[in-house]
Design a protein around this ligand. Sequence first.
Ligand SMILES: [Zn+2]
Length: 174
Amino acid sequence: MLVSCTQAQDQSKGETTTATENESLTAESGALISLSGDTLDPVEKSAEEWETELTEQEFYVLRKAGTERAFTGDLWDNKKEGVYVCAGCGLPLFSSETKFKSGTGWPSFWAPIRDGNVKLKADNSLGMTRTEVVCARCDGHQGHVFEDGPKPTGLRYCINSVSLDFKAGAEMKP
Ligand SMILES: [Zn+2]
């Protein structure tokens, strides 16, 4: 069951819709799971703490919902196998198994590594209706999800390289 962004957009692609999607946008989707299968508590830090820990670019993207320029990140063209974790708190968010070539210049995935590890929020900034993708553990901004992705979900999670750290060869334990 994959999280969709249909709540904030029209439901023109009915095949990606399931009864659980709207729930997963608002309800807790269960415990957050680390790469080793441990459960993780939410991470809450002040803006000052984040600013100290993160690089300037990480702070801009993760905490200010900024966007890196297309084709400038170090992961959009990464083809290695492994797991993409949140650059803010280390929560596994995406896998090489669902990464695809989108041509956009940002890392693109057709599903998160685990439904509960990302959260979706309606984003009406910049005069557009979009669905923001954030880390479910630290609330760090990752990017947006669109409904023009490939099968099987039809979704395109368009994510900043800066928001992610890549763990080459890692696998997510269930
Ligand atoms: Zn995080």
